[in-house]
Design a protein around this ligand. Sequence first.
Ligand SMILES: Nc1ncnc2c1ncn2[C@@H]1O[C@H](COP(=O)(O)OP(=O)(O)OP(=O)(O)O)[C@@H](O)[C@H]1O
Length: 267
Amino acid sequence: MQNILTVKSLTKKFEDFTAVKGISFDVKTGSIFAFLGPNGAGKSTTIKMLTTVLKPTSGEIWINGFNALKEQDNARASFGIVFQDHSLDEELTAYENMVYHSVIYKVPRKERENRIRQALEIVGLWDRRKDFVKKYSGGMKRRLEIARALVHYPKILFLDEPTVGLDPQTRKSIWTHIKNLNEERGMTIFLTTHYMDEAEEVADEIAIIDHGKIIESGTLEKIKTNNETESLEEAFLKLTGRDIRDENGSAGSKTRFMRGKGRRGRI
Ligand SMILES: Nc1ncnc2c1ncn2[C@@H]1O[C@H](COP(=O)(O)OP(=O)(O)OP(=O)(O)O)[C@@H](O)[C@H]1O
């Protein structure tokens, strides 16, 4: 199987602090890859580098055969992104949001309508296309963001915490849409999540990052065997000494209090 994404010795320094320390990994074409780590481990910094938002200090990123640092336009055309924070225009309808994004991504005018329809149908929002986004529920907004990320036919979709802040039923529905995209359309999915059960259920391969280094990677079975645990959550705890979940207990929002200060061991 070919790799749609290859990362070699990727490093990011913020002045004298190294947030990502020479990580390397491959993502197979057509797979679902989960990138996990405690708060402050380096996930967002890595995703920002992979999606060309942040320039690495050193290392290589290859996306769909393109060097993401030297062939940025081709690399960008190869992926879609759904970030944690909503970036929809609430004063526009869903359809208008889609058009706006299609223009930015230079989708040919003649193909625009057809592609928008396809993308909205995938997430079950075609019938609601004329509604203003401000009337949408949290789950519908997330589905719209996923549809928007599909309109330029990306080969790989980056999802940063796609279900954060959503109730369990809505989370389930989002995963159904994501799994359909992967299984029926062969789209590669790269995701981060704080919900271990979700990663366990959907991911073909998993990488765990802590303190800027990948400390474990492979299939769920391999990770459980390596760590002699029954679940991913137990393996994660054993490896990082930390719980990935919100420790304030408020579903969805993430604690920041452990961020980056070497608090390994405190649970
Ligand atoms: N612009 C920046 N300047 C300085 N330090 C930064 C910057 N961005 C991130 N960091 C630091 O780099 C480390 C990794 O941060 P990052 O946001 O990548 O972690 P994360 O794994 O995504 O965490 P979370 O799950 O909390 O979002 C943290 O210690 C963070 O404080």
